[in-house]
Design a protein around this ligand. Structure first.
Ligand SMILES: Cc1cc2nc3c(=O)[nH]c(=O)nc-3n(C[C@H](O)[C@H](O)[C@H](O)COP(=O)(O)OP(=O)(O)OC[C@H]3O[C@@H](n4cnc5c(N)ncnc54)[C@H](O)[C@@H]3O)c2cc1C
Length: 316
């Protein structure tokens, strides 16, 4: 079953974990431990981010392949178009297919310095993530995800344009979206209302960032363009000298936000784990105790259904 199949059929919010490709042996062991510890949650899928340069991109491919071989989990590889020719991008798509990675998250990638830096497409490459979705859909039998921005993409600050672009990608073959980190349930709700107003039924999985360290979340918010609300900023500042209190506040905030998102119908929670398990596990257990989430039953990956495209038309 593809992620699109699950989204169409599941009677519970999906759960997924995002990892980054480890840099060295120590990092690989850390990721392997994290995967083991989170495995009892039986994630519907896991994903591996795509690096900004050649060597980290190679590590994305090998980490994704390792997860397919060793974890038995449904694995989604991220893919960007930044600083790559069309030929290079095509070879990554083909490699994912060879490695049994049947899901791709198609995002543009950013210039060094983040999403607000002026974008320069590769002279022999693609210009937008919409073109990437089109290319992947033409090239193979993939289930395709895309990015979504509850706080609006920081280069355009235009929520209506964002919604239109998501609809373009859905029409080009994307089956679902996953949000950038965000801290306002109202912002997520507005994005969904805009999409539905455009007759775009694409499911939008909510990205959840467990806050455990203030400097880290500030850096991520700055890099991604997410808005850290001033009330949350103040509450964090009030306990800034007490790392345990920061962590407790971060976990409580993420749990409350995830509960509200489920309440308004978010079809899935995608945890940005930073290759760590504890905070994610704690949030999950709290949601489970409230009866808001449940562990998937049955086998993790049903490989009998290989018709990845069918799911999209079902969902649409
Ligand atoms: C869930 C998630 C996972 C991510 N994973 C990674 C990762 O693994 N590696 C990585 O490097 N980055 C990753 N990112 C970050 C992502 O690459 C950046 O946020 C990037 O800026 C997102 O671009 P996009 O995919 O929305 O691209 P696009 O849809 O191409 O949009 C980029 C900009 O171009 C504008 N634009 C696009 N099309 C049009 C049009 N037709 N008309 C006018 N303006 C247009 C948009 O308004 C926007 O400002 C991820 C983001 C998310 C949400």
């Amino acid at each position: 079953m593809t992620i699109a199949d699950l989204l169409a059929k599941a009677d519970r919010p999906l759960v997924s974990f995002e990892f980054f490709p480890p840099k060295d042996q120590v990092g690989e062991e850390q990721l392997a431990r994290t995967v083991d510890r989170l495995a009892p949650i039986r994630p519907d899928f896991v994903s591996v981010t795509y690096g900004a340069n050649g060597s980290s991109r190679d590590r994305t491919l090998s980490a994704s392949h390792r997860l397919v071989r060793q974890s038995g989990m449904r694995v989604m590889g991220h893919l960007t178009i930044a600083s790559q020719s069309r030929t290079q991008i095509e070879s990554v798509i083909d490699r994912y297919a060879l490695d049994g990675v049947n899901h791709i998250l198609a995002v543009r990638g950013d210039m060094p310095g983040g999403p607000t830096q002026p974008w320069q497409p590769h002279p022999d490459g693609l210009s937008t993530a919409t073109e990437l979705v089109e290319l992947i859909a033409r090239r193979g039998d993939f289930c395709i995800g895309i990015g979504a921005f509850p706080d609006a993409h920081p280069a355009s600050h235009d929520p209506d344009l964002d919604a239109k672009i998501i609809k373009d990608k859905w029409q080009a073959g994307a089956s679902f979206a996953i949000t950038q980190l965000f801290f306002s349930v109202d912002a997520y709700r507005s994005l969904i209302e805009r999409l539905r107003g455009l007759d775009c039924p694409i499911p939008v999985i909510a990205g959840i960032m467990p806050i455990t360290i203030i400097s880290q979340v500030e850096r991520f918010a700055q890099l991604s363009g997410a808005v850290l609300p001033s009330a949350l900023r103040q509450r964090l500042a009030a306990v800034a000298d007490d790392p345990a209190a920061v962590r407790a506040l971060g976990i409580a905030t993420a749990t409350a936000m995830a509960a509200d998102l489920i309440d308004i119908g978010a079809p899935g929670l995608h945890f940005f784990t930073q290759n760590r398990s504890k905070a994610t596990m704690e949030i999950w257990q709290r949601l489970e105790a409230q009866g808001l989430v449940q562990t998937a039953q049955g086998s993790l990956v049903d490989s009998s259904d290989s018709n990845h495209c069918q799911a999209r038309s079902d969902a649409g």
